[in-house]
Design a protein around this ligand. Structure first.
Ligand code: ADP
Ligand code: MG
Length: 762
């Protein structure tokens, strides 16, 4: 190992700069792909594999076939073309029995000099390309080729021949380096590597038990496969490694938090006055069996002196909020405080409102007429007036507010709690691990943490994205719900559209309410949930949700419907004559948002036109209709959430997806899928299949390890589960990975940069 250039020896050959291994020119080209070291290059795994050209003799060539032929050059001539500028090289090759033409074009004769030199008459070589026909003769245009020199031995030629029958790796390439050149470079650096040079994050025993190859073997398999089964085996082994490294990091995180002391917040003894008991007594419904079971699990977790770290996921409308509230009350009963973090101001305000109303006099602790063991609910959002903000901060810091509800404003440094015992993160998908940490760290001891997901997610996604949490699931929705019927409405059919507003009218006449959702606010705006906005989802903006879906056909489409335009239209629609129509979107001042929601809930404006701000968690029992305009521009999960806003009371819900997507297109298939099932887990699975996975993970976990390289959370479900089992065992036995240096190094190397990047953005 050389140390002359100051490279630490410990990095070994993988740390060697490509400049040294391949020369400056190639290294510079590869640097444009972000590849600096030998290690970077060998980790640059082929995207896919082309089938090798079929070795064949020249007489049996089929037009259109992709072939590789072994032949000798009979002649090669360069001619200037008469018809257009440029030059052409025309070569004839033969295998003794048949003949084949090769043609190359270039701007000038200079551009052909290299080929002319290579294809000297008499030389033998391998030529790969697709057979075409010109003037009755078979030819390959711009074939790839490799010619052997006069001194090429028989062995070498045979090796080349064998090479030509291998799968051809196709690399993620750029303009500066074509795929074949990357392949050559990988071959050069991979050749001299020995087992000791390539640290393997997979422990030896694990590898043996699972019959997995070494990392070096896997790299050879994916870069230099002799047959398809080689690269398949190699890729599988690298995927397992990726899952294992990620799961080990998550297991370490779980273990580290579990080692921290937390304050136990046990249930009050039966018979003693308690907020929780009073709350339960006042609940207007019975808890479902699932709610009770999860409730017991949470009560048990909270009574322990190590921090709870739990993910609660469940079908839309399964009643997650009540479960969370009961956990919060248990903590307040035990003398602590609870914080409830909501993704939007609308939702935070709604939570505060419903908490206060459910608690009644119990929420007037310390006030005249308030219950003696009562507490207070404080609301803290970014846009509070100075006085209200000061009061909320004071209530949190003094402990007089047992429950503090807020948006991410709660994460601010100046927000202090007297004794924070539980953090509940509602509708998790917009809060990342780091934000959870920020809240957790608000006390001098670890707070218990409960995270709730907005949408059901497949188990392995939960395992990957929220792998540091234990999971509880609510599968049933409370009895007595009549469910939601979903229809797709063709936007181009005036009769259907008129019928839509007629249905809205009928519901309003029956004292029900209707939501109308459009993808953007102003007619001349970009979509409210556009990609650019998504990156700033951590900034408080109520409209930003998941990405809007790009239209697949890329063709011209009618402009997207806008909230402000739709309001005007509805106010002039005969079917809705006399019906007050409200407006809600993220750009409204907070007081207006509050009023819009309150007026809708009370029925003063029974129709509400809004952006997706109503997507998560908004709860108005009388709402029965959800009309989504340009529905094909929303993701499946998002539409499922929107639909979950209706049919929450005893009256059946109706969801109308208005779209001009043609039947049979992927966009329309998404909508048909929604109309055909109400199983959120099933829909989440289809959603993942249809979207680019990176987007899903990226959005869901706010940057953490979002760039899964080879792993696919859906198709690799079993592998991820296995990796998690193995990782948990390894961490249980050696939490700091002292005996697994290669694994520790892989975690530091692969996962940390993304974390840092996230922190910079936040
Ligand atoms: P989500 O799981 O989607 O967050 P919510 O917690 O918002 O669901 O609950 C949806 C609605 O169902 C709320 O109005 C809530 O009060 C009501 N609810 C919750 N649990 C029950 C139950 N066991 N029986 C009847 N209604 C319930
Ligand atoms: Mg909810």
């Amino acid at each position: 190992m050389t140390v002359d250039d100051g490279q630490p020896w410990a990095e070994g050959p993988l740390g060697q700069p490509l400049r040294k291994a391949l020369g400056t020119r190639t290294a510079n080209a590869l640097a444009k792909l972000g590849l600096e070291t030998v290690g970077d290059l060998v980790d640059h795994v082929p995207r896919r594999y082309d089938e090798p050209g079929r070795l064949t003799d020249l007489r049996s060539l089929q037009i259109g076939e992709h072939v590789t032929v072994l032949a000798r050059v009979r002649s090669a001539t360069v001619t200037r073309m008469r018809s257009r500028a440029g030059a052409m090289l025309h070569a004839v090759v033969t295998d003794g029995a048949g003949e084949l033409d090769l043609t190359f074009f270039a701007k000038g004769q200079g551009g052909l000099r290299h080929h002319e030199h290579q294809l000297a008459a008499g030389r033998t070589g391998l030529f790969t390309g697709t057979v075409s026909v010109y003037r009755g003769r078979r030819q390959l245009t711009h074939p790839q080729y490799q010619v052997f020199g006069a001194d090429t031995g028989v062995d070498e030629a045979e090796a080349a021949l064998e090479d030509a029958s291998r799968p051809i790796p196709i690399y993620p390439a750029g303009a500066s380096v074509p795929s074949w050149q990357i392949h050559k470079a990988v071959q050069t650096v991979l050749g001299p590597l020995r087992e000791d040079d390539v640290p393997d994050p997979l422990p030896l025993t694990l590898r043996e038990r699972r019959h997995l190859s070494t990392r070096l073997e896997a790299l050879r398999d994916v870069h230099l496969p002799a047959a398809d089964e080689d690269w398949r085996r190699g890729r599988r082994r690298l995927r397992f490694e990726e899952a294992f490294v990620l799961q080990t990091a998550l297991a370490q995180r779980r273990a580290a938090v579990a080692r921290e002391p937390a304050t136990a917040r046990p249930l009050r003894a039966p018979g003693t006055p308690s907020l929780l008991a009073d709350f339960d007594a006042a609940l207007p419904f019975d808890l479902t069996a699932g709610q009770r079971a999860v409730g017991e699990q949470l009560a048990h977790d909270l009574a322990a002196d190590r921090p709870m770290q739990r993910l609660l996921q469940g079908e839309v409308g399964s009643g997650k909020t009540v479960v969370a509230l009961r956990a919060m009350l248990q903590v307040v009963d035990a003398g602590g405080q609870a914080a409830l973090l909501a993704p939007t101001e609308v939702l935070a305000a709604q939570h505060a409102r419903s908490l206060r109303s459910l608690l009644g006099p119990l929420a007037e602790g310390g006030l005249l007429g308030g219950a003696e063991h009562g507490t207070r609910v404080a609301l803290l959002t970014g846009s509070l007036g100075a006085a209200a903000r000061k009061q909320a901060l004071l209530d949190a810091a003094s402990g007089s507010a047992g429950i503090v509800v807020g948006t991410h404003a709660l994460l601010g440094e100046h927000v202090q709690f007297a004794d924070l015992g539980l953090v509940v993160v509602d509708e998790q998908h917009r809060f990342g691990v780091e934000q959870r940490d920020a809240l957790r760290a608000k006390g001098d001891r670890q707070a218990h943490v409960l995270v709730m997901t907005a949408t059901p997610i497949p188990r392995t996604v939960a395992m990957t994205v929220f792998g540091d949490l234990e999971t509880s699931t609510l599968t049933e929705v409370p009895a007595g719900r009549s469910g939601v019927v979903t229809h797709v409405v063709p936007a181009s059919n005036p009769t259907w559209v008129a019928r839509t507003w007629q249905r809205v009218r009928e519901e309003v006449d029956a004292s029900h309410r209707a939501y109308v959702v459009a993808p953007r606010i102003h007619p001349d705006d970009a979509p409210a949930g556009g990609r650019a906005d998504a990156a700033s989802a951590l900034v408080e903006t109520d409209d930003v949700l998941e990405f809007l879906v790009e239209p697949e056909d890329g063709g011209e489409r009618a402009p997207l419907r806008a909230v402000l335009e739709v309001v005007e239209e509805l106010r002039g629609t005969p079917a809705l004559a006399g019906v007050p129509v409200g407006v809600l979107h993220g750009q409204l001042p907070p007081a207006d948002k509050e009023r819009a929601m309150a007026d809708f809930a009370s029925g003063r404006t029974p129709v509400l036109v809004s952006t997706t701000v109503v997507e998560v968690g908004v709860d108005v029992a009388e709402a029965t209709v959800m009309v989504v305009l340009d529905a094909d521009r929303f993701g499946i999960s998002q539409l499922h959430q929107l639909r979950g806003r209706v049919g929450r009371g005893s009256a059946p819900g109706l969801c109308l997806l208005v779209s001009d997507a043609e039947p049979g297109t992927p966009a329309r298939e998404r909508l048909d899928a929604l109309a055909s099932t109400s199983d959120g887990f099933e829909l989440a699975r289809r959603d993942l299949e249809l979207r680019r996975e990176g987007d899903v993970l990226g959005a869901a976990q706010s940057g953490r390890a979002s760039s899964l390289r080879l792993l696919r959370v859906l198709t690799d479900a079993e592998l991820i589960a296995d990796a998690r089992t193995e990782a948990t065992a390894v961490v249980g036995q050696d939490p700091d990975l002292l005996t697994y240096p290669a694994l520790a190094a892989a975690i530091a190397e692969r996962l940390d940069p993304e974390r840092e990047e996230f922190l910079e953005r936040a």
